[in-house]
Design a protein around this ligand. Sequence first.
Ligand SMILES: NC(=O)c1ccc[n+]([C@@H]2O[C@H](COP(=O)([O-])OP(=O)(O)OC[C@H]3O[C@@H](n4cnc5c(N)ncnc54)[C@H](O)[C@@H]3O)[C@@H](O)[C@H]2O)c1
Length: 270
Amino acid sequence: MAEQDEFRLDGKVALVTGGARGLGAECARVLAAAGAKVMVTDILEEAGAATVAGITETGGTAEFRRHDVTDEAAWATTVTQTIDTLGGFDILVNNAGVEVVGTLEDSTYEDFRRVQNVNVDGVYLGCRQAVQAMKPGGVAGRGGSIVNLSSLAGLVGVPHMSVYGASKGAVRVFTKDVAVECGRFGYGIRCNSVHPGLVETEMAESLYQQSHELTGASLEEVKATFTAAHPLGRLGTPRDIANAVRFLASEASSWITGVELSVDGGWAAS
Ligand SMILES: NC(=O)c1ccc[n+]([C@@H]2O[C@H](COP(=O)([O-])OP(=O)(O)OC[C@H]3O[C@@H](n4cnc5c(N)ncnc54)[C@H](O)[C@@H]3O)[C@@H](O)[C@H]2O)c1
């Protein structure tokens, strides 16, 4: 008899925010390939539809809904649509995020509030909606796994990243609060955070450009410096992150909650 593969996600329904591109799109593809039905949400409609088309073309099941994670009322609608369309709600990947690069002294409060709004308020709203829906007696009601995308910058200090780091640090401890509360209440809901090092996405491209403008170093030098910060000697790939998310989403991690999982080529350990 075949051994049960606890890394598979057959029968599960996942919602991935910010799934139009970058890490979110790869998470959606990897979760779908593992057997989950995936609701991809984002504010980028064309790119979100393209992510979904790529999944369905390879035999997976996915849908796209436009959803700004800072829109409180739309969270309830998105979760209801997910359950109606895909038949449940078992996995939430709070991936949508924005970044601001620059010194603390030159930062604006407006930027700070904007980053908090997406990176912290968005994660708070998502977790609250998921817990209400996934807990016993909730509209989905079969427990679940929540994975929040924090960052290396939510664990250690990084120059030019204070505004972003403040938001990702908040996600780190908030994740543990959700994990412990849901555990103690017997909800069958786990909550963990993933902390990527630098991964080659559009966010990383923007980081190179802004670091180049701030320091005067060439783009090649900027990239070499970031690469060297990772003891494994390379930048991350979206797949590196999506594989960790898949593990935390699956039953293979059923005794793991409240964990901060660094996926950073060893940067945080150095
Ligand atoms: N790329 C990295 O090196 C890196 C490192 C550490 C952490 N992260 C985190 O991983 C996550 C994904 O990063 P990425 O590199 O793929 O970034 P990205 O900029 O390539 O993609 C982010 C996605 O989030 C969406 N988004 C932004 N604001 C939104 C909102 N209000 N509502 C809904 N969607 C919104 C964007 O439209 C985009 O599709 C982010 O939370 C980011 O902070 C990335």
